[in-house]
Ligand binder design. Structure first.
Ligand SMILES: Nc1ncnc2c1ncn2[C@@H]1O[C@H](COP(=O)(O)OP(=O)(O)OP(=O)(O)O)[C@@H](O)[C@H]1O
Length: 266
């Protein structure tokens, strides 16, 4: 069994329409039968255009919204079958890195308070010097000088803020990190620094990650395997090189053809 298994996962939304005299309901199949597996220490790139269901899939995996049917099995445990009281606890096992590091960090919290709060979610008894040391280690892990731990988010550049966001995601020692377009808001030169940092963390810490992007070039660079999503379904998955250089699904071919410059830059 793989580390994370998505077994025929469906997440449907019911949408009301029509009038009060003639109400109509229709079902949006945002995730429509996704079967995927991820090994420990692997980065899976999830690619697809806006509206294909990537966010709904990640929220379903993290148990933030219930699956309509199917199962999410993490490390041998079927999360979809857990009672609500246990699901809350399991959410610590999932951490997210968002597209916009400006919006995702609390502007009123210093780096130290942001990271120490995240560490204490997993280790509530770590306090004082031990907590400071953990924050310092985390900062060094993501390439930040621990001397700046009393600074606020607005005092950092976009790339540095994304490093803080990555450190915050690592702090509760999650089993899986879901990174949702983590570099698309950054300048191109900074993008590669953050991608290289993620690659290094994967090597050093054995990070397991779902890296979501609309950009096949970025995903090809960072991921071990790629899954291509369209209309709530995975239309193709395989090794990153195979999907990028020899796509099988018509949709993947179109996705690649629509961004031809990537063939030469990636
Ligand atoms: N809470 C909801 N209620 C009804 N429909 C929803 C809800 N959330 C998402 N949808 C619909 O489900 C489909 C998939 O949306 P989703 O946000 O998962 O796509 P996405 O690939 O993440 O897009 P984006 O990259 O723009 O965030 C869309 O048609 C969207 O309108």
């Amino acid at each position: 069994m793989s580390y994370l298994e998505l077994q025929d996962l469906h997440t449907h939304f019911s949408q009301r329409g029509g009038t009060i005299f003639s109400p109509q309901h229709h079902t949006i199949r945002a995730v429509n039968g996704v079967t995927l597996s991820i090994e420990k220490g692997e980065i899976l790139g999830l690619v697809g255009e806006s509206g294909c269901g990537k966010s709904t899939l990640s929220r379903t995996i993290m148990q933030l919204i219930p699956a309509t049917s199917g199962a999410v099995v993490l490390d041998g445990e079927n999360l979809s079958a857990l009672p609500k009281s246990l699901i809350r606890k399991r959410r610590l096992d999932f951490q997210m890195i968002f597209q916009d590091p400006y919006a995702s960090l609390n502007p009123r919290m210093t780096v130290f308070s942001t990271l120490s709060e995240a560490i204490c979610q997993r280790h509530p008894n770590v306090k004082g010097n031990a907590l400071v040391e953990r924050v310092k280690t985390l900062m060094a892990t993501v390439g930040l000088d621990p001397k700046v731990m009393q600074k606020y988010p607005h005092e950092f550049s976009g790339g540095q803020r994304q490093r803080i966001a990555i450190a915050r995601a690592l702090a509760p020692e999650p089993k899986l990190i879901i990174a949702d377009e983590p570099v698309s808001a950054l300048d191109v030169s900074i993008q590669s620094q953050i991608l290289n940092l993620i690659k290094k963390l994967q090597k050093d810490l054995g990070l397991t990650m779902i890296f979501i992007s609309h950009d096949l070039g970025v995903v090809h660079y960072i991921a071990d395997r790629i899954a291509v999503m369209f209309g709530g379904q995975i239309v193709e998955s395989g090794s990153a090189d195979r999907v990028f250089h020899e796509p099988e699904a018509e949709y993947t071919k179109k996705l690649l053809a629509s961004i031809p410059q990537l063939k030469t830059t990636a």
